[in-house]
Design a protein around this ligand. Structure first.
Ligand SMILES: Cc1cc2nc3c(=O)[nH]c(=O)nc-3n(C[C@H](O)[C@H](O)[C@H](O)COP(=O)(O)OP(=O)(O)OC[C@H]3O[C@@H](n4cnc5c(N)ncnc54)[C@H](O)[C@@H]3O)c2cc1C
Length: 469
């Protein structure tokens, strides 16, 4: 029985901050895709974002590599083309894995979402409650430096990653696998002042010492020389996992790492990737097992554990990884890298069978190629199922509309998918595409004065979404 005590929170009158066509909750990649799509239709769009930048996990979370398959076009592809044009680079050529600079991404999203699409973006603004009338969301209550305010919209798009808007509205949610745990999160960080050329030369000279032990994607398994060539040609380079070296050094130097540090580090070894600027790497190594992502104490402990793992990792790397002797931590993410938390139940729940069987749907709004990639819910292993080269599957419109509401969409990693299906379809380009689909759909409905997401003209929507095959 719960021991929670309760207090009465009296009803208040609060100012109405705006009446808009579309309210976008969260300005991550999905929210940015939704706001750009709606803004381009001339639709009045309000975006509430709790951080002070757009991009979510990609920027504040430092997940600075966009996976974009051959069938992903639309805003995600456009976004990378803009970054390439600005940097005078050609990173899109390294599709399926495009390294990006999170700081440049923040600026580019400001430009595309606010300056060009005209969305009214409010930073430092948290969705804290929802006023609901039967199956309709009437108002969202936001909290910011202004205090509490309300916003009214015809349609609401939940792009909070954690399904915060839908959860507060009372929508049915799913969390994790059968035991309630999702793919483990990672606190990402960047290391500066790295001499990658030195590391590559050592890897070429001593291949056994630097071998990797764990399962990874075949396009990550490239020779050190190929990584050198990729870096020279503005392409993606990936280094993993150094586990034999870690074991050897720990054996030779007892007391180097505590038992806990070693256990944490051996979950994934060291995984890092090049960044557009070349002198630093982004590290995707830490792991928080047994994670649900639905409790603020759990989230706080995860950040603390992540920073402890980072300190131990960098201590080891500076001592034993060639090229890292003068390296230092450039930054740690200000947001935990959450792969999975709440998923909202829609009219259809995308399944693992849909992914593996390349399901196609009449109401498709996104085409995808990503395969299942579950990151050890219990800290152990990563389950990667690579898709066949030419196979792709659809995500249906019914998976981005909330089953329990008539004016609520969800896009990005809180869309309606099973634990395994989400692990395949959570990549940045897919999240942007889901946002774009929801933004276009809500714009069509708002334009025509319709009151229910189920009144969509799906053929018209699909005509606008160039990504659908
Ligand atoms: C460690 C890791 C590795 C990954 N690797 C890759 C990869 O290699 N390639 C790839 O393409 N993708 C990768 N991904 C997946 C990808 O980064 C995410 O799935 C994607 O960025 C999620 O985008 P989103 O917009 O759905 O959610 P988020 O990025 O979570 O954005 C949600 C936004 O909503 C805001 N928000 C949340 N709650 C509120 C609230 N109550 N009020 C206001 N705002 C709120 C947040 O601040 C955030 O900006 C990885 C993810 C992780 C964590």
């Amino acid at each position: 029985m719960s021991n929670t005590e309760y207090v009465q929170w009296s009803e208040k009158k609060i100012p109405l901050a705006g009446k808009v066509d579309i309210f976008v909750a969260g300005g991550g990649c999905a929210g940015s895709g939704a706001a750009i799509a709606a803004g381009r239709k001339g639709i009045k769009t309000f975006v509430a974002e709790r951080m002070f930048a757009l991009g979510g996990t990609m920027t504040c979370g430092l997940m600075s590599k966009i996976s974009i398959s051959a069938v992903n076009h639309g805003i995600a592809e456009e976004f990378i083309k803009h970054l390439d044009a600005y940097q005078k680079s050609n990173f899109l050529a390294s599709r399926h894995e495009v390294p990006v600079d999170p700081e440049l991404c923040k600026w580019m999203l400001d430009k595309m979402v606010i300056d060009e699409a005209g969305a009214d973006v409010r930073f430092g603004t948290t969705i804290c409650d929802v006023i609901v009338n039967n199956r309709t969301i009437e108002y969202v209550i936001i909290d910011s430096i202004n205090g509490l305010e309300a916003v009214k919209a015809d349609y609401y798009i939940d792009c909070t990653g954690d399904g915060q808007l839908s959860f507060k509205a009372g929508a049915s949610c799913m969390v994790g696998n059968d035991e309630g745990y999702g793919s483990s999160p990672t606190l990402l960080f960047r290391i500066a002042n790295v001499d990658i050329e030195k590391l590559i030369s050592e890897m070429e000279a001593h291949p056994d010492t630097y071998a990797s032990e764990r399962n990874t994607y075949s396009n990550h398994k490239i020779s050190p020389g190929q990584n050198r060539e990729n870096i020279a040609n503005n392409k993606y380079a990936h280094f993993a996992d150094f586990i034999p070296l870690i074991r050897q050094k720990v054996k030779e130097n007892p007391g180097l790492l505590t038992d806990w540090e070693l256990e944490m580090i051996l979950q994934r070894g060291f995984i890092f990737m090049c960044q557009p600027q070349g002198t630093h790497v982004m590290v995707n190594s830490t792991r928080i097992p047994f994670f649900r992502g639905t409790d603020n104490k759990e989230l706080s402990c995860a950040m603390v554990s992540g920073r402890k793992q980072i300190e131990a990792t960098v201590r080891f790397m500076k001592a034993f990884i060639p090229g890292f002797e003068k390296a230092f931590i450039m930054d740690t993410a200000s947001m935990l890298g959450i792969r999975e938390s709440r998923r909202i139940i829609g009219d259809y729940v995308l399944t693992e069978d849909d992914i593996n069987g390349f399901s196609k749907f009449d109401d498709a709004v996104v085409s995808n190629m990503g395969g299942v990639e579950i990151h050890g819910t219990n800290g152990k292993g990563t389950n990667i199922i690579e898709q066949k080269k030419n196979g792709f599957y659809h995500i249906p419109y019914r998976s981005i509309i909330a089953r329990d509401f008539d004016n609520l969409f969800m896009a990005g990693r809180c869309f309606s998918a099973s634990h395994a299906a989400l692990s395949a379809a959570r990549n940045i380009a897919y999240c942007m595409a889901l946002g774009q689909a929801a933004g276009n759909a809500a714009s069509q409905l708002a334009h025509s004065g319709k009151k229910n997401v189920r009144e969509i003209n799906i053929t018209e929507l699909q005509r606008e979404l160039v990504s659908i095959m």
